[in-house]
Design a protein around this ligand. Structure first.
Ligand SMILES: Nc1ncnc2c1ncn2[C@@H]1O[C@H](COP(=O)(O)OP(=O)(O)OP(=O)(O)O)[C@@H](O)[C@H]1O
Ligand SMILES: O=C(O)C1=C[C@@H](O)[C@@H](O)[C@H](O)C1
Ligand SMILES: [Mg+2]
Length: 159
């Protein structure tokens, strides 16, 4: 969550001259409201169902960079479909770097709200296992957006 999938994905798409889809943005258009409101009015379960429907449809498209939501890979069906149809890029950050982003992220990321730092660290650590299903890993602790795009681009060229 909040490692830069949307920001970096958009720039990568520009560089590749690919289309860009952000699944969170698609979900927000579908509900006509922001993610925090979707979570509070409809609940996470409903959000995840819509997320699954949107990812299953978009991941079959060609010539697109797709930025997923941070929790999308919690769903096995999403993981399998993305690994089968796409090239999955894992933007990896250490806790030491990522924890500095929490204050920027909390207002718009419902799962960070009303949680202690220990709870957030647990969420961060518990999720590492699901992110191990990927094709490319880029360690982005010290990378700015442009450097991260270059690093992904170089890995894609090698494939
Ligand atoms: N390489 C970077 N260096 C510093 N800040 C960054 C970098 N990439 C993104 N950010 C900042 O981090 C925040 C989260 O970025 P972004 O929304 O792209 O993350 P995300 O992975 O798409 O989040 P989510 O999991 O919620 O979809 C934004 O404020 C963004 O400006
Ligand atoms: O990490 C998560 O579970 C989430 C991340 C965001 O991208 C949104 O999809 C939503 O806030 C949930
Ligand atoms: Mg995003």
């Amino acid at each position: 969550m909040g490692v830069g999938k949307t920001t970096i994905g958009q720039e990568l798409a520009r560089k590749l001259q690919y289309g860009f889809i952000d699944t969170d943005a698609e979900i927000e258009v579908k509900y006509g409201m922001k993610t925090v409101d979707i979570f509070s009015i409809y609940g996470e379960k409903d959000f995840r169902k819509t997320e699954r429907e949107i990812v299953m449809e978009t991941c079959q498209m060609e010539g697109k960079v797709i930025s997923l939501g941070g929790g999308a890979f919690k769903q096995e069906e999403i993981r399998q479909a993305c690994l089968e149809h796409g090239i999955v890029v894992f933007l990896d950050m250490t806790w030491e770097f990522w924890k500095e982003r929490i204050s920027i992220l909390s207002p718009t990321r419902p799962l960070l709200q009303e949680k202690s730092l220990d709870d957030i660290e647990k969420l961060f650590n518990d999720r590492q296992a699901i992110y191990q299903d990927h094709h490319i890993r880029v360690q982005i602790d010290n990378l700015g957006v442009d450097q991260a795009v270059e690093a992904i681009y170089d890995e894609l060229k090698l494939r």
